[in-house]
Design a protein around this ligand. Sequence first.
Ligand SMILES: Nc1ncnc2c1ncn2[C@@H]1O[C@H](COP(=O)(O)OP(=O)(O)OP(=O)(O)O)[C@@H](O)[C@H]1O
Length: 276
Amino acid sequence: MIQTEHLCRRFPAPRRLRDWRPRAGPARAPITAVADVSFTAADGCITGLLGANGAGKTTTLRLVAGLLAPDAGWVQVDGLPVHPEPRAAQARLGVLSDARGLYPRLTALENIIYHGQLQGMSAEHAHERALALAQWLDMVPLLHRRADGFSQGERMKTALARALVHDPANIILDEPTNGLDVVATRALRHFLRELRDRQGKCILVSTHIMQEVERLCDHVVVVAQGRTVAQGSVAALRQATGRQDFEEAFVALAFEDTPAAAPGGPLDAGADHAPR
Ligand SMILES: Nc1ncnc2c1ncn2[C@@H]1O[C@H](COP(=O)(O)OP(=O)(O)OP(=O)(O)O)[C@@H](O)[C@H]1O
């Protein structure tokens, strides 16, 4: 289970722009990427972090993964605090980042094993697990090819196998279907549902694609301008906004003052998650 409470993260204004300012001018305000994000992603559930471009999804996932420190608020993974010392929580997390981050000179298998070893696995155990994941992800022919030159779908599968090699209970995926065709997207959805249903994993997916949320997510956390503005199932979001079309419901929640998302309303972002 992943829990976040009142997460906040700012970045300094870009240096080059600051250098252009006249010396006596006012200081440039920092950029607030995440202003106030709170949610719970439960086990055995696919939770979608849904927001427009620049809403703060990637920054939130980086905070959850312990790759960035928050300015305020906290994150816990299976009850373990992520900050200030993330290692114990990270051992329980598999992360598929937007950059995928494969080593191009290594084969797919080497990429996966190397990551397993970084997670404290023996080479033998990581190898065994890589072969099992490759079967499951239908990527056996890729294993001995260098990642250099992989297609988007091949990179995604390799990065996913790498993220899962240590069998983490919690999986976070940043825009996982970016650049995938319809067949690869469907295969990925099927795979994530299996992880949820057969293994009870906690899966947190960031996306701006409505169709993906409707087809995949059990619980949706709507983020706008760095804040959670609503959360609930797709059906609950539709019903509370009175919009049958989910895209319309999202626009109402993210860009309009919707009473349903107001404090105490049925989609109040603070209303349906527990622990403090
Ligand atoms: N390292 C950084 N330095 C400065 N600003 C940043 C940095 N990282 C993110 N931001 C800013 O914070 C805001 C949120 O960015 P973030 O990448 O989290 O959004 P996002 O919801 O993932 O967007 P997208 O869907 O376009 O990828 C943006 O305005 C972005 O420019």
